[in-house]
Design a protein around this ligand. Structure first.
Ligand SMILES: NC(=O)c1ccc[n+]([C@@H]2O[C@H](COP(=O)([O-])OP(=O)(O)OC[C@H]3O[C@@H](n4cnc5c(N)ncnc54)[C@H](OP(=O)(O)O)[C@@H]3O)[C@@H](O)[C@H]2O)c1
Length: 315
């Protein structure tokens, strides 16, 4: 089968299209012929940092495809089923024609969702859900700030915060303001024109997804019982939240760091919202499997508008 394999030759790191053996499903595995995948930070960060490389050297966590065969102990799926999953806990391998993956990483794809839209959902939408609902304990009527609203996680976060009944203020660049407004933000701030952290505004929840501010700057614009949930952004922002978040949480204003986990119930929840038209995957670009390296390069530059999808093979 064709796969995009990470190769390191001397100091150069590349992603190359290779012919590799088709995987054989074990007892609890499902063999999926992949139709589409999407790119996430968890795909390009290991390449940049040199740690967390998948054993197969094939990246790709978000997949959608058709079940071609199942292992002897598989009870949930049968050949011909269309499935979706975040396979990052199963060694990744989505930038390929086939993957063999544990059945408990997958869910059935609702028929109403196209392959490309389904591939754009798992990691980004589940991250946004876990940030708002689980870490953030979001409630109707809250004033929520989504900082870095234009990317994969941000476009879902704006929609989910609005779905949960919050009043949403979104921060993004001019390129994304109309989009983010159309996703449900009541107010949109262009971070190149205004620094919200120096304003007199106050928010019950701040979800920090992209960009960078010192935690103290976010904390200043939290309401008295407010909470900052750090999802991503610059490495400095993430590391400070990890190491100093609990210390800085002394008092009523809390700081929490999200480490999103693949969760099939959460995935079914967001897919159902997509199928019923309540959640809209935003897709910036499509690339064929052969051009995955270009897709990874584009995403790693940090300015994708929503998701980047890889289309694989013929359906
Ligand atoms: N904690 C977790 O478990 C978890 C899970 C998934 C992802 N993450 C992290 O979450 C972050 C977002 O992931 P993603 O997939 O959404 O990334 P992404 O799609 O690559 O984000 C791109 C977006 O970031 C925006 N952006 C760039 N610089 C910005 C700035 N200074 N201020 C505001 N917005 C800015 C860009 O908008 P403009 O073009 O308008 O600048 C673009 O729309 C990453 O850091 C990722 O590592 C964390």
């Amino acid at each position: 089968m064709k796969a995009i394999v990470f190769e390191k030759v001397k100091s150069s790191k590349t992603l190359v299209l290779r012919e590799v053996p088709k995987p054989i499903p074990q007892d609890h595995d499902v063999l999926v012929r992949i139709h589409a995948a999407s790119v996430n930070a968890l795909d390009y960060r290991p390449m940049q940092m040199g740690i967390g490389m998948p054993k197969s050297r094939i990246f790709g966590a978000d997949i959608v495809g058709i079940v071609e065969a199942v292992g002897g102990q598989v009870s949930t799926f049968k050949p011909g089923d269309m499935v979706v999953g975040d396979i990052s806990d199963n060694g990744c391998g989505g930038f390929a024609e086939y993957v063999a993956v544990a059945e408990d990483a997958l869910v059935l794809k609702p028929a109403a969702i196209t392959d490309e839209f389904a591939a754009a959902v798992p990691v980004a939408a589940v991250t946004a859900l876990q940030a708002l609902r689980d870490k953030g304990d979001i409630k109707p009527g809250m004033n929520v700030l989504i900082y870095g609203a234009g990317g994969g996680v941000g476009t879902y976060a704006v929609q989910l915060a609005s779905y949960f009944g919050a009043h949403v203020t979104a921060v993004c660049s001019a390129r994304n303001t109309e989009l983010v407004r159309s996703l449900g933000a009541s107010e949109v701030i262009d971070y190149k024109l205004e620094d919200i952290t120096t304003s007199n505004r106050h928010f019950d929840r701040i979800i920090a997804i992209n960009g960078h501010h010192p935690l103290s700057a976010y904390k200043r614009i939290l309401s008295p019982d407010g909470m900052l949930v750090v999802v991503g952004g610059s490495l400095k922002q993430i590391l400070t939240a990890l190491f100093f978040g609990s210390l800085l949480s002394l008092g009523n204003r809390k700081i929490r760091t999200l480490a999103a986990k693949p969760n099939v119930r959460d995935l079914e929840f967001v897919l159902e919202l997509v199928a019923s038209g309540k959640l809209r995957p935003v897709i910036d670009r499509h690339y064929p499997l052969e051009e995955t390296a270009k897709a990874m390069q584009y995403i790693s530059e940090g300015h994708a508008q929503g998701k980047v999808v890889i289309t694989i093979g013929s359906k």
